[in-house]
Write a protein that binds this ligand. Structure first.
Ligand SMILES: *Cc1c(COP(=O)(O)O)cnc(C)c1O
Length: 402
């Protein structure tokens, strides 16, 4: 007999594009750190939708804010004003310390927005000859999936069938300051980095790297753009991962947890001198900054503050890391990360991370492999110590399997 899961898996496989390779678990309900599948099994979510669920599934406060707004108005377009957008801008400014923001929907759109703004700044403020502005990026980057963004991916598979590519993005090894120095020209508009590379396998740059990049930017009149879509809003045990090195980027890009998983909401954060350059009509999005998005995002930001999620990520992350480091290195090659963004790289001769993810699924923990040999542990930041104490021995057993 077919399980419920098999039925839904067949529908997905037959009628949907196969642009993902999901674990065969069909979820139907989520609450806090827990999710439930259509066959009645319960799992700890250790992926958090790539950090979109920092506040946990179905957070009651965000849910209520969404329902309240659904009863009023959901979309005005930016052709008209709405009474949620202004308070959302102000909240973002109060929480992040940036003077302004520009709301979009997906993370990739916010990255595209930052690229446009940085290019405009290069032409209008820095005086770079028109259409010659460069944005330096790092190898192993992940900034999304649009045609321009994959143009500067270093991962062949993400791009090989999808050119021609957008020019203007010299790429340097991540963590290598001298390579950035060598790549800077008078036409460099910006350097865009993830302060910690998530998709690339939780790669933490050398201590002091971000600070040194920021200084280079200041010396050369270049913008520093931090893509904090995955690392931001508490994930690494600081509101922004850049803050671990005391860096305030000129532009910070956020998304994912900005809605706590309820709605696609992203934003570009910067000061007036940069975001103020955009004029009406130069950029936009029908849904970006909708009253529904604004109401949801304000509640999602409040939850991060009210529940001290940044502090909890730092504490629980440190606790998990200390435990993991004690596990015998039968399968483990490296453990790294910050806060609740932890990568466990497995020895490459041990058959790949996928089979460990599948073994964990059987034990009630959902994780996803990233690249071939890395497991990413990133539970909601609401996770408490007793849940962590349940999770760790289960994880240990799987990490010691044959
Ligand atoms: C997920 C992610 C993106 C893209 O966000 P989407 O909402 O999937 O478009 C961009 N940058 C980083 C660092 C991400 O983790």
């Amino acid at each position: 007999m077919m399980s419920n899961s098999e039925y839904f898996i067949r529908l997905e496989d037959q009628y949907g594009a196969h642009n993902y390779h999901p674990l065969d678990v069909v979820l139907t309900r989520g609450e806090g750190v827990w999710v439930y599948d259509v066959d009645g099994n319960k799992y700890l979510d250790c992926l958090s939708a790539y950090s979109a669920l920092n506040q946990g599934h179905n957070h009651p406060k965000i849910r209520q804010a969404m329902i309240d707004q659904l009863d009023k108005i959901t979309l005005t377009s930016r052709a008209f004003r709405n009474d949620q957008l202004g308070p959302f801008y102000k909240k973002l400014s109060d929480v992040t310390g940036y003077e302004m923001s520009l709301p979009m929907n997906s993370g990739a759109e916010a990255v595209e927005t930052a690229i446009k703004v940085a290019r405009k700044w290069a032409y209008v403020v820095k005086g770079v000859p028109r259409y010659e502005a460069d944005i330096i990026v790092a190898e192993g980057n992940f900034h999304g999936r649009t045609t321009t963004i994959i143009s500067f991916s270093s991962i062949e598979f993400y791009k090989h069938d999808f050119g021609p590519f957008t020019p203007g993005f010299p790429s340097v090894p991540y963590g290598d300051l001298d390579a950035i120095k060598a790549a800077i020209t008078p036409n460099t508009a910006a350097i865009m980095l993830e302060p910690l590379q998530g998709e690339n396998g939780v790669i933490v740059p050398p201590e002091g790297y971000l600070k040194a990049v920021k200084s280079l930017c200041e010396e050369n009149n270049i913008l520093f753009i931090a893509d904090e879509i995955q690392t931001g809003l508490g994930r690494t045990g600081a509101l922004f991962a850049s803050q671990h090195e005391g860096v305030r980027p000129d532009i910070t890009i956020i998304g994912k947890a900005l809605s706590g998983g309820f709605y696609p909401i992203s934003a570009v954060l910067a000061d007036q001198a940069i975001l103020g350059l955009l004029e009406p009509g130069e950029h936009g999005s029908t849904f970006g900054g909708s009253p529904l998005a604004a109401a949801v995002a304000v509640a999602a930001l409040e939850v991060i503050e009210e529940e001290n999620l940044v502090e909890n990520a730092r504490k629980m992350g440190q606790y998990i890391m200390e435990y993991l480091e004690e596990i015998p290195k039968k399968n483990i090659r490296d453990i790294r990360g910050k806060g609740l963004l932890i990568g466990v790289e497995l020895k490459h001769e041990r058959g790949g991370a996928r089979r460990f993810a599948e073994a964990l699924q059987k034990q009630g923990i959902l994780v996803k492999e990233t690249h071939e040999h890395i497991l990413r542990l990133a539970p909601p930041l609401t996770i408490d110590k007793s849940t962590v104490d349940w999770m760790l021995p289960v994880l240990r057993d799987v990490l010691l399997m044959d």
